[in-house]
Design a protein around this ligand. Structure first.
Ligand SMILES: [Zn+2]
Length: 329
């Protein structure tokens, strides 16, 4: 081989390698080349991450870079529609490698490898998990679109709406009759007296009640157990309503400790959002989500507002949900 041919081949090799490295391209402006390279490395690793979604067939492949190490995660499903989710699998993996402090301090992004990138950010439960484990004020949610090679970067905090920012309203602004509002507050307060809070802090123990368009009232309290399979108050009352084939709810009221605003976990917002999407499909208003401090003050929002960039069965399987709701009142 001549020296020229050798050089040409070597240059071709470099070109191929460069092409390999530039399989990804930032969709928007980026001012941090080091972070960009980490994101590209993570996306390459995520594209190879193992998953096991026998029920949904929907793969969630994730990765990040921490202390120069690329760490991957993938979703796995089991039994009934239950899953270890891609982002919680990833963060759990990072914690087991570098510990919780380094994880919170050093994980700057979660990269998702997707066939095509959509609008949704994590499910409610994964939002709760990331709030607990990561620096969510600065965390980036990165999606690498395999079909275009474009990398979309968003701020995870756009997925968060703290209870303090739910608009505070007077009782008369809550779109329920005084009688219905008083009844729901009383039912949620009574619910909170029950439940099980062996492991739950007082400020997280809540009761919830709901009024359906059929006129029924449901209520539930949070219930914990030794396996840490928490039963959520809103999820609990929604399960009761579904058991009664009562799928359309007008409002849900949540009560915490007297004098304090209750917390509404993102997981419970996910349950509420799924139900509210039934209302919306039928042309009804979204479910009103009302928080009260138990002393006459109220905050009013919806699950759509409190869980932005969400997904639901109605968006995932629109035809199936249509069919499911066809004979429901
Ligand atoms: Zn999730």
């Amino acid at each position: 081989m001549t020296r020229g041919a050798f050089l040409a081949l070597a240059l071709l090799g470099i070109a191929c390698e460069t092409r390999e490295l530039s399989r990804w391209k930032m969709a928007g402006p980026s001012s941090d080349p080091e972070l960009e390279q980490q994101i590209f490395r993570a996306l390459d690793a995520a594209s190879e991450a193992g998953t096991y979604p026998p029920i949904s067939k929907f793969q969630v492949r994730t990765a990040t870079v921490v202390e120069e190490r690329v760490v991957v995660g993938g979703n796995t499903e089991y039994h009934v529609p239950e899953a270890i989710h891609g982002e919680s699998a990833l963060v759990n993996h990072v914690i087991s490698l570098v510990g919780p402090e380094v994880t919170r301090e050093k994980v700057r992004f979660i990269a998702y490898y997707a066939e095509s990138c959509g609008d949704s950010l994590s499910c409610g439960d994964c939002r709760d998990y990331q709030i607990e484990t990561l620096d969510v004020e600065n965390l980036l949610a990165v999606c690498g679109d395999a079909s275009t090679g474009l990398v979309h970067v968003r701020r995870f905090r756009d997925a968060l709406v703290p209870e303090e920012s739910f608009p505070e309203v007077s009782a008369s602004d809550v779109p329920l009759s005084k009688e219905d509002l008083d009844r729901l507050v009383a039912e949620a307060t009574r619910a909170r007296e029950g439940g099980i809070d062996l492991f739950t802090s007082r400020d997280h123990h809540a009761g919830a009640s709901a009024l359906s368009y059929a006129g029924a009232v449901y209520r539930a309290a949070g219930v914990d157990d030794a396996a840490f399979h928490y039963r959520y108050p809103i999820g609990g009352l929604l399960q009761q309503a579904a058991t009664e084939k009562d799928y359309f709810l007008e409002a849900i009221v949540v009560v915490g400790e007297k004098g304090a605003w209750p917390r509404v976990s993102y997981r419970d917002r996910q349950y509420g959002h799924e139900f509210s999407s039934f209302n919306v499909k039928r042309g009804r208003p979204p479910i009103r989500l009302v928080l009260t401090d138990g002393e006459g003050r109220f905050r009013l929002t919806t699950f759509e507002e409190s869980l932005p960039h969400a997904f639901s069965a109605a968006s995932f399987l629109p035809g199936r949900v249509e069919e499911f709701l066809a004979d429901k009142q």
